[in-house]
Write a protein that binds this ligand. Structure first.
Ligand code: NAD
Ligand code: MG
Length: 398
């Protein structure tokens, strides 16, 4: 019996993880499940997987969760401290699938127990890559990538020497607006940005795919996780989303990883690693697919990519600025307080404004990352309050 916990179990990655575990319940002892405000779903998951404890991130949701699990024998807790306590519960495998920087504290805590951490929460690596990797090393823990591109690179590297790698190419679908005229992007609505051409994901990552902030985070994630230098890491638009990444070696060979756009592949690979097991995913029919397309990403359409380069070159805690500013700009876009293209402007402005701050060169600790993250969010709020875009928006935004 493997002991497993899922942080962010009610989200898109969480549900896919629950799906895989529920198919083989006899093989697992489910320790902790955590979610947010979708209490009915969290309680249903906890009952069906017979979890030891269910935790909501929000103290105000405690009573609802307690009532929903009354008589089940499942323990209930709420709030950020309860998430940390859940990460202290012994488990052999932990899925980190909270969205945003909020996933960092429990993920970091879990690593201190020497567990296997399946990492979907890319924001942790962007904000605190060196801290996360060093904590894993120190406590004999193992981080396995769950992002499809990083899982693909990880798989392409099996049996290879990192020193033989010349370059890594992660693919991007191009998102919802890949074929829009550039001049229309500024008017893109929340609804339009929330629909992805190939993947079914949470709302935030879907919007980040349209703006390519998701790929920007992933470039940084590639650097932090694998340790490649920024000039070895590329991205290419591949509208079919069937090749997830390619690794180029010193002899010119390019190893591509193909698979359906179904996150259960990458989750299942991390769940069964180092073995491969049968997974309930579609098998690709190449004759039917017939062609695969690629194009260079247009820098005007996707300014987030150049910002990621800037972050990778700057190092230190610049990633925490980038992620914090991006998360806050996204909050504002979702709330209808800023336009689609304005998000990248706010992030660029925040990077520029905070770049010389000595805090970014301090030691990368959880407290310092928190301080940098807060500084970046505040800078975005201030920039927005001074900007014309903060004026009430037309009805289409609401
Ligand atoms: P989602 O929005 O569908 O789910 C997020 C989960 O986190 C939910 O359980 C939610 O309740 C919880 N949560 C939200 N805010 C929280 C907070 N402040 N504190 C604690 N819990 C909180 O997100 P998702 O699409 O499943 O993505 C999860 C993570 O996986 C993200 O880091 C994302 O970038 C990454 N990822 C997702 C996909 C995908 O296909 N969805 C693919 C690759 C990587
Ligand atoms: Mg990805």
């Amino acid at each position: 019996m493997r002991r497993v916990s899922i942080f962010g179990s009610t989200g898109s990655i969480g549900e896919n993880t629950v799906d895989l575990i529920a198919r083989d319940l006899a093989g697992y002892e489910v320790v902790a499940l955590t979610g947010g405000r979708n209490i009915a779903r969290l309680a249903a998951q906890a009952r069906s997987l017979k979890a030891q404890i269910a935790v909501t991130a929000y103290p105000e949701c405690y009573e609802e969760l307690r009532a929903a699990l009354e008589g089940s024998g499942i323990a209930v807790a709420a709030g950020p401290a309860a998430l940390i306590e859940a990460a202290d519960r012994p488990a052999d495998w932990i899925m980190s699938a909270i969205v945003g920087a909020a996933g960092l504290p429990p993920g970091l805590r879990a690593l201190r127990h020497g567990t296997v951490l399946a990492l979907a929460n890319k924001e942790s690596l962007v904000c605190a890559g060196p801290l996360l990797m060093e904590t894993a090393r120190r406590y004999g823990a193992r981080i396995l990538p769950v992002d499809s591109e990083h899982s693909a690179v990880f798989q392409a590297l099996v049996g290879e020497e990192t020193r033989d790698v010349e370059r890594v190419i992660i693919t991007a679908s191009g998102g919802a607006f890949r074929d829009w005229p550039l001049e229309r992007l500024a008017e893109a609505t929340l609804e339009q940005a929330s629909s992805h051409p190939n993947w079914d994901m949470g709302q935030r990552i879907t919007i980040d795919s349209a703006s390519m902030f998701n790929k920007a985070l992933e470039l940084i994630e590639t650097k932090e996780y694998f340790g490649f230098s920024p000039d070895q890491i590329e991205t290419i638009v591949h509208p079919e989303s069937l090749i997830h990444a390619l690794v180029g070696f010193a002899d010119g060979a390019l190893m591509a990883h193909l698979g359906p756009a179904d996150m259960r592949h990458a989750i299942g690979y991390a769940l069964h690693w180092p073995e491969r097991r049968d997974l309930p995913v579609e098998r690709l029919d190449l004759a039917q697919i017939s062609s695969l397309n690629f194009r260079a990403p247009c820098p005007k359409r996707y300014p987030a990519l150049a910002l990621a380069r800037q972050v990778m070159d700057a190092g230190g805690m610049t990633g925490a600025v980038f992620n914090g500013a991006k998360e806050r700009a996204l909050d504002h876009f979702i709330a209808g307080r800023c336009g689609f293209t304005h998000m990248a402007e706010l992030v660029a402005q925040t990077l520029e404004q905070t770049g010389a701050n000595p805090l970014l060169r301090e030691e990368i600790t959880l407290d310092n990352v928190r301080a940098v993250d807060q500084m970046a969010r505040k800078a975005v709020d201030e920039a927005l309050s001074h900007s014309a875009a903060a004026q009430p928006l037309p009805a289409v935004w609401i």
